[in-house]
Every structure is written in C-alpha cells, then in structure tokens.
Ligand binder design. Structure first.
Ligand code: PHE
Length: 338
C-alpha cells in the first residue's frame, strides 16, 4: 500500500526520471520482482488472496509507466525536431494555358457546334500526302509557295518532309473512307523561313474539310461567316478575294474587318480596315479522285487558317516569337482565361 501511494503520486516528463521509476519497480532487480519472490514462500491459502492484490499492483505500475512514456515521447519530438505545427503552409502556383491552346480550343468549339469533328495526322509526312495528292504537279513551282524542310529523299511515296500544312490530314481522311466528311484539322506545321516578328519556322493551323453531295460555295461562305461572328463578335464583316491554291478551284482568301480598329484603320490592318485570316475554296475534283472519291457525285469545300494570326487579332500580339519563347511574363497574362 505504501508503494501503491508512491506509484499513484509519481509523475514526470523527464525520460531519465521515468527510467529510474521503471528500474525501481519493474526492473529485473526491482520491488515487484522481490515481492513475487517472497510470494513463492507463503502458504497456499494466503496465495489466493495475496496473488490477486499483487497482480493488481503490478498492473498499476505497468500502466503508469506506459502512460508517462507516451507523454514524454510526444513532448520530446516537438522539443527536439524544431517542428512548429502552428506555421502556415506553403502555397503553390497554378500555371496558365498557352494563348495558342486557348484560341485553338475556341475554334474547335465553334466548329463542333456545326458538326465538325477533329482529325489529326503525322507531322512527318511523305510527298504524296503533303503535295502530290493535293494536285501540286511534280517539279512545279507551286511547291515553292511553301518552303519545305526535307528529311529524306526518295522512297515509295516520294520525299519525306515536315508537313507544310495540315491539308495532308484531309488527304488521309478522304483516303480512309467515303463522304460525308465534316472535320477540322488542328496541328503544327513547318516552313523553312527565317525567324522574325512576322514569320517563324513553325506555326499552327486549323484546316477544315466538308465533302458531301451538293456542297456549294454558298455553304462555304455561310460556314465561315458564322465562324467569324462567333469568334470575333457579331457585326464582324467578311469579304472574299479570288486567289489560287493547287487543291481548290475556285479559290479565295477571306478578309475580316479589322478587329482592333473596327475598320477605321490602324497599324494592325495597315490602315486598310481589313485583315486576311484564311485561305479557302472548293476542293479540286482532281484531289477528290486522287483520294478515291467520285467527283461527279460529291463536292466539297476546304479552308485553312493560322492559329497565331487568329490569336494576334484577338489579343493584339505583334511579335510571333512570343508564342515560342516561354517567357513567363507573357504567358501569365492569359491566366484569367483558364
Ligand atoms: N493549305 C493552305 C495553306 O496552308 C490553306 C488552305 C487550306 C487553302 C484549304 C485553301 C483551302 O496555305
């Protein structure tokens, strides 16, 4: 009982004092061991009552030891590791989408509403898909319209090159099936040009293709007119000027009323009030036939635009190089558009 009172009264947050306590009561030469040794000598009648008391005493000492041990361990970690659990946590920064990705997504969404799906193809192309199937005659100067990065000469389908436009994806799509086709082809394209504020050796395009029975130039005009109203706002004007592409006949270039000055004249539109945004036309029957499509039964239109140009007019970006320099000060500006 004297020991019971001592155990009950004992308390410490010091590991050394606690160890002393353990040795005194629970150690191999401790009090409890001694008592149990004496216990062996008592008579069987006494053993029954005394045994119960002794076991309770032993449990009391063990429980006390365990409780104090847990407490001192907790106290020790906070003291020794220098960990301050009251400090506020570190924030982390969220990135921004690239302006070209934002514009591409907007373009894709508008054409999705008109039922156009998205098609993709390889950036390394053969001569057939990039030129020949698209009605570029071999050794014809029209190929020089697009300065090409060649990778390899020869082969079954001619030279291997980096694609100069995503029209190659139109060829792949038409070769793989039969009309109706209604798709847009976003992707990166490459041209061998000196890098400046106005030109780069790669840029991004979205081309479109619509082939079915009785598709007319009126469908082309209305589709692109709708696209521009959605992208730049209602009231944006369009005009078509005759042009030339080997794969379309007739061909046109489409201008829109300048998005910056609303047609009043500014640097962006060289004070003309108009800016060119895309090339388009009716798919040349030769192209349909090259891809195994009956040009008597089907007709179609195609168009192609540069995403950089579309983005410049939306965000008033004047230097193309900004898109690929990864300057965080430039990219951060588009954070709100997440
Ligand atoms: N492929 C053309 C280019 O890259 C764009 C275009 C596509 C023109 C479809 C007309 C029709 O310049």
């Amino acid at each position: 009982t004297q020991y019971t009172a001592e155990i009950n009264a004992f308390s410490t947050d010091n590991a050394d004092e606690l160890e002393q306590f353990r040795i005194k009561f629970l150690g191999t030469k401790g009090i409890i061991k001694d008592i149990f040794d004496e216990f062996k000598a008592v008579s069987p009648e006494e053993k029954r009552t005394l045994g119960k008391v002794l076991n309770e005493f032993k449990q009391l000492a063990e429980a006390k030891y365990q409780t104090l041990k847990d407490q001192t361990e907790v106290a020790d970690t906070s003291k020794d590791s220098g960990l301050d659990l009251t400090l506020p946590g570190d924030g982390f920064e969220i990135g921004a989408r690239h302006p070209l990705a934002l514009v591409r997504r907007e373009i894709v969404e508008i054409f999705n509403k008109l039922g156009f799906i998205v098609a993709e193809g390889p950036e390394i192309e053969d001569d057939w898909h990039n030129f020949t199937a698209l009605n570029f005659p071999e050794e014809h100067p029209a190929r020089d319209m697009q300065d090409t990065f060649f990778i390899k000469k020869g082969g079954e389908k001619g030279d291997i090159a980096l694609r100069t436009h995503t029209s190659s994806v139109q060829v792949r799509m038409m070769e793989a099936g039969q009309p109706p086709f209604r798709a847009i082809m976003p992707g990166r394209v490459y041209r061998n040009e000196a890098i400046s504020a106005r030109a780069h050796c790669f840029f991004h395009q979205v081309e479109g293709l619509y082939v079915d029975e009785n598709v007319s130039f009126a469908d082309l005009k209305q589709t692109l007119f709708y696209f521009v109203q959605e992208l730049y706002g209602e009231g944006t004007k369009v005009r078509f000027r005759p042009s030339y592409f080997p794969f379309t006949e007739p061909s046109a270039e489409m201008d829109i009323s300048c998005t910056i000055c609303k047609g009043a004249g500014c640097q962006m539109c060289k004070y003309s009030g108009w800016v060119e945004i895309l090339g388009c036309g009716m798919v040349d029957p030769n192209v349909l036939e090259n891809c195994g499509i009956d040009s008597k039964k089907y007709s179609g239109f195609a168009f192609g635009m540069g995403i950089e140009r579309i983005a410049n007019l939306k965000f008033e970006i004047k230097d193309l190089r900004l898109f690929s320099e990864n300057d965080a000060r430039f990219l951060k500006q588009y954070k709100t558009s997440l």
